[in-house]
Design a protein around this ligand. Structure first.
Ligand SMILES: C[S@@+](CC[C@H](N)C(=O)[O-])C[C@H]1O[C@@H](n2cnc3c(N)ncnc32)[C@H](O)[C@@H]1O
Length: 280
């Protein structure tokens, strides 16, 4: 039995069958952030620092596991590549990304449904590939990273982004008191591709050129705000009616906790890698 919901094919529809869960999760979390660079902008900075395109306008850029297109939009605005492709397994999120990213004159923009284990990209076609906060949905993220390597032109750059395995542990402690006694013992959602192993997963197929860890700090203003985020977290065993229902979850939290701001952290890891084909 698969116990990690991020790895369970049967739960992907619940997680990404529409864009509402991801939208409210991201909105609640971003409202709480008190420290840490916006991730899409950090991806662009790293790509530029490591000379993706080496001073010329980039050809094809792929945003793999693009979700609602949050990074895709920033890649379009700030890198203005000739072609930009968002790829995601979820048709609903592909549609949401297409809607949200809109039109960017001068960049041929497309969104495709696809699996990062079998990328719909020819060999050696892509100058920059981004995979943010998605590789931990694979039981074998090394296979997806090998696919990214295959799709890169010689010397092409990948920027891979993930979270620390113990991200948001203070929220687990909050839920453990009263709501789910095992909250701190469930497998991390980020177990297969996290800050501690992402570079090692990349080394077999690409040349790792930089690793950056950046602590992001969050302060949820009160229990209601924390509940907005926690209600989207599939790893807890909550009483029926609480998962997906921030109002009911907030009411349950209020029964167990005095209302106060709740601080938590997540270390974000960026791995920048270059296609090894470029080394020969
Ligand atoms: C947490 S979202 C991240 C979205 C986006 N990259 C961001 O940073 O906001 C994870 C995304 O990975 C996608 N995903 C999960 N498994 C995938 C797979 N096998 N192939 C492609 N995308 C996948 C999901 O559909 C979801 O959109």
């Amino acid at each position: 039995m698969i116990t990690n919901p991020f790895l369970d094919p049967d739960r992907q529809g619940e997680l990404y069958g529409h864009d509402a869960r991801l939208a409210s999760r991201s909105t609640a979390l971003m409202r709480a952030r008190t420290a840490g660079r916006p991730v899409p902008e950090a991806i662009v900075q790293l790509a530029q620092a490591h000379q993706a395109g080496a001073g010329r306008r980039l050809g094809l850029v792929a945003d793999i596991g693009c979700g609602r297109g949050t990074s895709t939009r920033v890649l379009a605005e700030q890198l203005r590549p000739q072609r930009l492709l968002g790829i995601d397994a979820s048709p609903a999120l592909v549609a949401a990304a297409r809607r949200r990213v809109g039109h960017h004159p001068g960049t041929q923009l497309a969104f495709l449904q696809g699996d990062f284990h079998h990328l719909p990209l020819p060999d050696a076609s892509c100058e920059l590939a981004v995979a943010a906060f998605c590789l931990y949905h694979s039981p074998e993220p090394g296979r997806a990273i090998a696919e990214i390597a295959r799709s890169l032109v010689p010397g092409g750059i990948a920027v891979l982004v993930t979270k620390a395995i113990d991200s948001y542990k203070e929220l687990d402690a909050l839920v453990a008191a009263g709501l789910d006694p095992r909250a701190e013992r469930h497998e991390s959602l980020y177990a297969t591709a996290h800050g501690g192993n992402l570079a090692d997963l990349t080394k077999p197929t690409m040349d790792v050129v930089a690793i950056e860890h950046e602590e992001h700090r969050f302060e949820f203003s009160d229990l209601d705000h924390a509940a907005e985020y926690l209600a989207t977290n599939p790893k807890y065993d909550l009483a029926p009616g609480l998962y997906g229902n921030p109002g009911a979850l907030a009411a349950a939290l209020h029964e167990w906790h005095v209302d106060k701001p709740i601080a938590t952290t997540s270390v974000i890891t960026y791995v920048v890698a270059r296609s090894e084909r470029g080394q020969s």
